[in-house]
Ligand binder design. Structure first.
Ligand code: NAP
Length: 318
């Protein structure tokens, strides 16, 4: 009995120390106010995106919730308006799994809005299926849809500079690879079934986010538009909603013990969007509100350029 108490006490002690150190998320300390500024947050009806949109609305921004589900989006708009006291929060339809929807969103946005100060590419998923254009949905939504969205909004961002593009990646990018043969031959484009295969495809797409930001920073040099990619932390959200029962059972205790809330998950996105004086770090990757050095494959100039060119072609831009 005594031994059991010692083991239990030690485990609890270790857990508390972990919570106060490794698992602790620093907060974005910027006190920037955003009255008169316009922000787009993709996938902001729930999770990290919703918490990000809430904070930006509290700072006075005009916040566009770019989401695919009208009901879930309107519910989030109402909640954010109520809690922030900011009426400049609105939903615009964007389904990143359709290149046509991305184009329609941009057309509508450019027609009805005069500014764009911050674009936050936040939406993401790790599920099976294809986009409307036939791409694997993980590659299609996490990378390709955001690629087209950003490229089509670049002129507006330049007109409103200084402005920023923030892309929510993940530390999972470390396990990713870019399979140009697969992308070029249009055979699979990231289709997969098993949980492990989906995790692999998710990691690949998150590597695309990092390489996209690396190349974007180069293309934006001298424009006063800066861009950053980031890992938000391990956060309790709906991202695993499509996992099967076994995965859910395995992940539940881990999530409950070690994952943080969505407010913590928004901090690094907010830091990249708002922090003064980080402009010279454009193209870099952030975690816990600080820069992190990337491995060689995640900052490889040739791969990043090739991914950009292939993405342009797949989106019908080249
Ligand atoms: N949670 C974590 O621990 C973690 C860790 C590392 C990185 N991330 C990244 O953080 C970002 C936010 O994820 P989350 O954890 O907050 O997940 P989440 O709660 O599942 O939220 C994802 C958001 O993306 C939206 N979305 C999915 N497919 C879309 C599409 N085709 N068009 C438009 N929006 C779409 C979802 O809309 P619906 O509600 O309509 O599905 C939802 O609003 C993702 O990029 C994810 O990869 C998360």
């Amino acid at each position: 009995m005594f031994n059991l108490l010692v083991v239990g006490g030690s485990l609890l002690g270790v857990y508390v120390i972990l919570c106060l150190t490794v698992l602790k998320m620093p907060r974005c300390k910027s006190s920037a106010k955003l009255h008169g500024k316009t922000v787009i947050v993709t996938g902001s009806n729930t999770g990290i995106g919703k918490a990000t949109a809430m904070d930006l609305a509290k700072r006075g921004a005009r916040v566009i919730l770019a989401c695919r589900d009208p009901q879930r989006a309107e519910a989030a708009v109402n909640l954010i308006k109520k809690e922030s006291g900011n009426n400049q929060v609105l939903y615009m339809h964007l389904d990143l799994a359709s290149l046509q929807s991305v184009r329609s969103f941009v057309e509508n946005f450019l027609k009805t809005e005069s500014r764009l100060d911050i674009l936050i590419n936040n939406a993401g998923l790790a599920t099976r299926g294809k986009t409307k254009d036939g791409f694997g949905i993980i590659f299609g939504v996490n990378h390709l849809g955001h690629f087209l969205l950003t490229v089509l909004l670049l002129e507006r961002l330049k007109e409103c500079a200084p402005s920023r593009v923030v892309t929510v990646s993940s530390d999972a990018h470390k396990f990713g690879k870019i399979d140009f043969d697969c992308i070029n031959t249009h055979k699979k484009l990231g289709l997969g079934d098993s949980a492990l295969a989906l995790l692999g495809l998710y990691s690949d797409s998150k590597l695309c986010n990092v390489l996209f930001t690396h190349e974007l920073a180069k293309r934006l040099e001298g424009t006063n538009v800066t861009c950053f990619s980031l890992h938000p932390g391990a956060i309790k959200t709906e991202i695993g909603r499509d996992a099967n029962l076994w995965w859910k059972l395995v992940l539940f205790p881990i999530t409950m013990l070690f994952f943080l809330d969505v407010d913590s998950g928004a901090q690094t996105s907010l830091y990249c969007a708002l922090q003064e004086g980080i402009e010279h770090l454009s193209g870099r990757y952030f975690s816990k509100c600080a820069t992190v050095d990337l491995s060689a494959k995640a900052r490889d100039d040739a791969t990043a350029r090739k991914l950009w060119e292939v993405s342009e072609r797949l989106c019908g831009l080249a």
